[in-house]
Design a protein around this ligand. Structure first.
Ligand code: ADP
Length: 454
């Protein structure tokens, strides 16, 4: 730098360096009317504009993060209202959504600084003949900077009358678009005349874009819930209607196989056996489907009773041992608690035990025992079903509890739906407990569930 250079240049250089490191608030010497002074002015304006943009982007990012965290539309709207009040002018924000056929527009959310809302939530108006249609047709926002005059020129506009009644004088209306399709409007309004200028439009449109995402997410979520409910109802009905005829097939096949005075040729008997087996497998499947739809729909009702787990397990043991006997697997009970009083539905508890022991037996070889253990653990009771069978490969562990989740090792001779553990986990959870597995491939598996002590 030469001695003769203007000292303001060094000030500007310092200011530019400060801006580079994020400080946009540097005060520059007051304007003078030479070229260097004009440069200083421009630099100061640039600083202010960048600072403003920086704040806008920061707020937008905050809103985006808020939206991604999956919060509800009302909450996001409130957040937007609070986040932008220092950056852009408004005394009121309103959100209105189009009905699915696009004919009616309904006010969905609104908040104002000016007191009671005349144009309140639920207010509905037909789109036919509305000036808002132009905004949809062009996809461009509309600025009305003198609403009283607009109302004088359009005396039949009901919504303008109501909003002017609230004290609003100017407005900026953005279309809400989801994948190019109009779904509603976002209204920013101010009590000042001429509050809005074209420079605001980009930011308003960005906010509208984010809100459209939330609206769309909410709509898809509701649709998904409805579809899920429909699927559950359908599954439940189909399974229910299939059960009775299947029971008839199984019962008659059983009777014929049991020699009830009917002389059957050997070939007929051989053909009956697969019919009997298939009907049994289908009954297991249908029962699982019924249970899964019941559990999924949230209509599962527990008949809770105060019972002693130890006593209950002793009572259930003969049935569980019978399940093992067919495969040459011994089922033992090891009690490591005096008494284990819990609130449980005895029928659902049996179902849980039968599923876990049934699996343990199914995935063990003859001679490998299955141990049911009950113990106390930190104010809860822990039931473990331990086998030394084939075990589970690590990659399969995460899917076992998902509906239809089946491991690599499935015994094709046994009825298997992949629903058992999904249902069992929900049953345990409905009791306030947790079900989990510890297993090593080739060494066996331990399925444990805990229940809160009474
Ligand atoms: P299903 O037994 O009808 O296939 P489940 O939901 O009861 O369905 O079990 C899911 C899968 O978990 C089974 O297909 C099997 O691969 C695995 N599994 C469950 N219990 C055991 C066990 N004790 N040992 C090894 N694998 C098991």
């Amino acid at each position: 730098m030469s001695d003769k250079s203007d000292p303001r240049i060094e000030t500007y250089r310092q200011a530019a360096l400060a801006m580079e490191s994020g400080d946009f608030t540097v005060e520059l010497p007051t304007a003078s009317d030479d070229d260097i002074g004009a440069l200083g002015d421009a630099l100061q304006r640039l600083g202010l504009a960048v600072e403003r943009k920086f704040h806008e982007l920061h707020r937008l990012r905050e809103v985006t993060e808020h939206i991604s965290s999956g919060v509800l539309l009302d909450e996001v709207c409130d957040h937007v209202y609070d986040a932008f009040s220092e950056l852009i002018p408004y005394d009121r924000i309103g959100l209105a959504l189009l009905d699915s056929d696009g004919r009616m527009l309904r006010a969905r959310w609104a908040r104002s600084e000016l007191g009671d809302l005349s144009l309140g939530i639920g207010y509905a108006a037909p789109m036919a003949g509305s000036s808002l249609q132009t905004i949809l047709d062009t996809g461009e926002p509309r600025i009305l900077n003198d609403l009283p005059r607009y109302l004088a020129e359009n005396p039949h506009s009901d919504s303008s009358r109501l909003i002017v009644e609230e004290g609003i004088r100017s407005s900026l209306t953005c279309p809400l678009l989801s994948q190019g399709r109009p779904i509603g409007f976002l209204f920013f309004s101010s009590a000042e005349l001429s509050a809005y200028a074209d420079e605001h439009v980009d930011l308003f449109m960005s906010i509208a874009g984010h809100l459209a995402t939330v609206v769309e997410k909410g709509r898809l979520y509701n649709e998904l819930l409805q579809l899920n409910e429909l699927r559950n109802r359908f599954l439940g009905m189909a399974a229910h209607d299939m059960r009775s005829p299947l029971m008839v097939i199984r019962t008659y096949a059983e009777l014929l196989l049991e020699d009830v005075g009917v002389d059957l040729p050997e070939t007929a008997r051989e053909m009956l056996q697969p019919i009997h087996r298939a009907s049994e497998q289908m009954i297991v499947l249908v029962n699982d489907l019924l249970d899964a739809s019941l559990v999924e729909s949230g209509h599962l009702e527990l008949d809770l009773r105060s019972l002693d787990l130890v006593e209950h397990l002793r009572g259930a043991l003969p049935t569980l041992q019978l399940m093992g006997r067919a495969r040459g697997v011994e089922v033992r009970l090891e009690v490591l608690a005096q008494e284990a009083r819990v609130d449980a539905d005895p029928h659902r508890l049996d179902q849980t035990l039968q599923n876990l022991v049934g699996n343990a037996v199914k995935y063990s070889e003859p001679g490998q025992p299955v141990v049911i253990e009950v113990r106390e653990a930190g104010g809860r009771f822990l039931v473990s079903v331990i086998d030394t069978g084939c075990g589970i490969v690590e990659e399969d562990l995460p899917v076992l509890f998902a509906p239809f989740g089946r491991g690599a090792r499935v015994d094709s001779n046994q009825p298997s739906t992949g629903l058992g553990l999904a249902i069992t986990r929900r049953l345990v959870e409905a009791h306030g407990g947790t079900l989990w597995v510890e297993s090593r491939f080739g060494e066996g598996s331990t399925f444990r569930f805990d229940l809160p002590a009474r």
